[in-house]
Design a protein around this ligand. Structure first.
Ligand code: C2E
Ligand code: CA
Ligand code: CA
Length: 569
């Protein structure tokens, strides 16, 4: 029986409504004022409410608005009974959430028609809602099982497939490979193009790989940078190597993304059931470890999981954890290595080089922790910390009448980040130093990643007065003429060309050529890693502007550097 609540203070009207509706087969409850009406609505959950508007104390408007506030009663169809047919009144009722109204006096037919209309309307709404909920549930199931965009089965389905494959496998004969394909350097692309394009990219990639694999293989996007492939079974490693090599080949062709051509690198990690784990999660983890290891070894390569890798990756992980703490606690110290004018033998600047004093392991070289910082993104905080420390140092030296430009290394990741210029300016403002006392060192790889963006950022920095140096020149792949489009002031010849110049004619030729060309482009040249008199002499003879190296001094502490500087004056 459909329950109807009647709220009406006029006793005679209330009684006759109850009688009439009961006779029509409804289950009727009634209240003689608004307060009781609200109570009953909450307690009895009627299917419909008839409510008088004009009542002492709690009137119909108040009943309606209170019921609307409670999600349990807000959906109950609400018909107002009113003596006036004023539009303003009716409008207010509708605005408050009422569904219909009846003007007194009304006929039995009018009453029943209004009630039936509201009840069937309500039923339809409930049905729609149910359907919507069911759709959401179906969607959710799909989302858990399938990647929303590509509609490919994802992790959970993959696990199911894997478990089925294991059951079918003849244990004496074969193993099941799990292959993780990681796309390297995706962060830059995501920052530059946005996530939608990365989705497109994955679609293209999966399509490409699908062309090369068998129908029984399962390929799935795992997350924002990885795709995973399960191959039903192999008899030996050679079989899987062949598959992996065709996948790597598919990366030789650039990916086209709305007019952009992007070349992507991949690192592939492979784990084998049952050798490297018997459950899906372990195998997934181990394939990931292998992919990670492969990434450090070389681009576009693959790596099988092994115990040796596991030990190494654990060490790395521990170092990463320590590094996070080191940044929080600032366990670093800056060392300064003089840059010397070869003609005057005077110190004309210094490069700030970071040193990490690990509480247990002692000093750790930046060569060992900068790559970890770059890979984990910690470099952003680290470079920030370095910049701040160095600027404070510059200020302190200036307070003591020691004015000289200091070079700071900026990692590629830090460089391509939005808001870099702003952040550097903020540090300058806080420490109150002038931009032309800071020389920012960047490597070729940092600028050629995204030449347009680099050019813009470099020009901005240049306009603000910063000096810009191209670090490790010669180790990259770009020609000097190409790099000329960027507003560098200085070029630092990498130490691998300086080593052994007196015996190595090729290196000697590269150095003389580079110096000539750089000067032709109005760039100053600093040679790094100068260790011997012969090297210094050769560089002086060939008009190199400045040198940096153990020949003059290794990187030293602040106090030691101050002494060196006073002595060189
Ligand atoms: P880099 O920018 O090329 O720095 C020069 C490196 O050469 C320094 O190594 C320096 O100690 C070393 N060196 C200087 N003179 C000689 C020499 O005569 N012979 C030899 N064999 N080596 C010499 P370091 O301090 O270990 O730094 C290594 C790299 O770590 C740096 O290479 C730089 O890329 C990075 N790095 C160091 N400090 C920072 C920093 O504060 N931030 C960032 N992002 N990177 C840093
Ligand atoms: Ca440097
Ligand atoms: Ca360098």
């Amino acid at each position: 029986m459909t329950k109807i609540l009647v709220i009406e203070d006029e006793r005679i009207l209330r009684k006759s409504l109850v009688r009439l509706l009961s006779a029509e087969g409804f289950d009727v409850i009634s209240a003689e004022n608004g307060r009781i009406g609200i109570e009953l609505a909450n307690k009895e959950s009627p299917k419909l409410i008839l409510c008088d508007l004009m009542m002492p104390e709690v009137d119909g408007y108040q009943v309606l608005s209170q019921l609307q506030e409670n999600p349990d009663t807000a959906m109950i169809p609400f018909i107002c009974l009113t003596a006036q047919e004023e539009r303003a009144v009716l409008r207010q009722v509708m605005e408050l959430g009422g569904n219909d109204f009846l003007t007194k006096p009304f006929t039995r037919i009018e009453l029943l028609r209004a009630i039936n209309t509201q009840l069937s309307k309500h039923q339809r709404i409930i049905k729609d809602q149910k359907q919507a909920v069911e759709e959401v549930i179906v969607n959710l199931t799909n989302q858990v099982y399938y990647d929303g965009l590509t509609n490919l089965p994802n992790r959970i389905l993959l696990r199911d497939r894997f478990e089925k494959l294991v059951k079918q496998l003849n244990p004496n004969q074969a193993c099941i490979p799990l292959i993780i394909i990681t796309l390297n350097q995706l962060e830059r692309l995501t920052e530059g193009l946005g996530l939608d394009y990365v989705d497109l990219l994955f679609e293209t990639l999966i399509e490409r790989i699908n062309h090369q694999i068998g129908a029984n293989d399962t390929i799935v996007r795992l997350n924002n940078e990885q795709v995973i492939l399960i191959h039903p079974s192999i008899k030996n490693k050679e079989e899987i190597i062949k598959i992996v090599q065709t996948i790597i080949e598919s990366f030789n062709q650039p990916f086209t993304l709305v007019g952009y051509q992007v070349i992507l690198n991949t690192s592939i990690g492979i784990s084998l059931y049952p050798d490297h784990g018997t459950d899906f999660d372990t195998l997934l983890k181990n394939a990931n470890i292998a992919a990670h290891q492969g990434k450090q070894k070389k681009q576009n390569g693959y790596e099988f999981y092994s115990d040796a890798i596991a030990v190494k990756s654990k060490d790395r992980l521990l170092l990463e954890i320590d590094l996070r703490q080191a940044i929080q606690e600032n366990q670093f110290e800056m060392y300064y290595q003089p840059q010397v004018n070869l003609k005057t033998r005077k110190i004309i600047g210094a490069e700030a080089l970071i040193r990490w004093q690990h509480p247990e392991k002692g000093r750790i070289s930046p060569v060992d922790f900068i790559p970890i910082a770059e890979e984990t993104g910690l470099i952003i905080d680290l470079d920030q910390l370095v910049l701040k420390t160095v600027c404070e140092q510059i200020k302190q030296w200036q307070n003591n009448n020691m004015f000289l430009p200091i070079s700071v290394n900026l990692s590629g990741l830090q460089f391509s980040r939005k808001g870099l210029v702003k952040q550097i300016l903020k540090i300058l403002e806080e420490t109150q130093i002038d931009a032309h006392y800071l020389d920012l060192e960047l490597t070729e790889s940092a600028v050629v990643q995204n030449p347009e963006l680099a050019e813009q950022i470099l020009n901005d920095l240049k306009k603000l007065g910063f000096k810009l140096s191209l670090d490790d020149f010669g180790t990259g792949y770009s020609s000097l003429s190409y790099l000329h489009q960027f507003p560098f002031d200085k070029l630092k010849i990498d130490r691998c060309f300086v080593a052994d110049i007196s015996n190595n004619s090729r290196n000697a030729a590269i150095i003389t050529g580079t110096i000539l060309m750089a000067h032709g482009l109005s760039l100053k040249v600093v040679a790094e890693g100068v260790e011997t008199d012969a090297e210094a002499q050769f560089l002086e003879d060939n008009n190199c502007d400045a040198i940096q190296g153990y020949w003059y001094s290794p990187p030293v502490t602040v106090e030691e550097f101050e002494t060196l500087f006073q002595d060189s004056k």
